[in-house]
Design a protein around this ligand. Structure first.
Ligand SMILES: CC(C)(COP(=O)(O)OP(=O)(O)OC[C@H]1O[C@@H](n2cnc3c(N)ncnc32)[C@H](O)[C@@H]1OP(=O)(O)O)[C@@H](O)C(=O)NCCC(=O)NCCS
Length: 173
């Protein structure tokens, strides 16, 4: 990495830039709108919406928000969604830094696990594995290896079999 990267919490003045970063990374606005819906809802965690800044420019963003696994009880966990790095800054380690800082921040805040629906080849290097290992299911049809989870402490997901309940923010408006 031959530039200085700063990972920091989002500020209100970043909202417009975060919208654009997600739009550029995904090539559509669905994820930008998802961020805006989560930000307005009760599952938003201001400390876990992080931006990656190079110079004065925001080039990446990651968001973790509260979700639940519903099994023989209701278990609190986090959703990692979405994460984005603008195309011209991809494959330089920025996404990895966002995930690592986000995981550390989540642990500090007392969260013990994270669920992600994403690229099966990307997340395992951060410790994620198929959520089916804990019998944790996605409420909609996805390929088994794309629905992943990681334990931030001990065996946090042991005995937490169930189905993830994605709040309404995750549904398109
Ligand atoms: C997914 C995404 C956020 C990853 O961000 P990123 O900054 O490119 O991620 P990284 O640079 O940390 O890692 C990407 C690849 O670059 C490689 N890489 C990391 N640092 C590198 C470096 N200094 N030089 C060359 N390659 C490097 C990594 O090994 C990784 O390759 P691998 O997955 O084959 O192992 C980004 O590609 C993106 O925004 N994609 C579009 C939106 C999207 O799909 N979001 C995720 C939804 S699940």
């Amino acid at each position: 990495m031959d530039f200085k990267l700063l990972i920091r919490k989002e500020q209100e003045r970043d909202y417009g830039k975060i919208y654009i970063v997600n739009k550029l990374a995904f090539g559509q606005e669905n994820e930008s709108r998802l961020v805006e819906r989560i930000r307005k809802g009760e599952n938003f965690i201001p400390d876990l919406s992080l931006v990656a800044e190079v110079g004065e420019k925001i080039v990446g963003h990651i968001l973790f928000s509260k979700i639940e696994i519903v099994g023989n009880s209701v278990f609190k966990t986090l959703a990692l969604a979405p994460m984005a790095v603008i195309p011209s800054f991809q494959k330089q380690g920025i996404g990895s830094e966002l995930i690592k800082k986000g995981m550390a921040g989540a642990r500090e805040l007392g969260f013990d696990s994270i669920i992600v629906l994403g690229h099966k080849d990307y997340y395992p290097k951060f410790g994620f594995k198929a959520a089916s290992a804990w019998n944790i299911k996605c409420p909609f049809a996805v390929s088994d290896d794309a629905f992943m989870a990681v334990e931030l402490t001990g065996k946090a997901l042991e005995g937490k079999a169930g189905t993830v309940n994605y709040p309404h923010e995750f549904m398109e408006d």
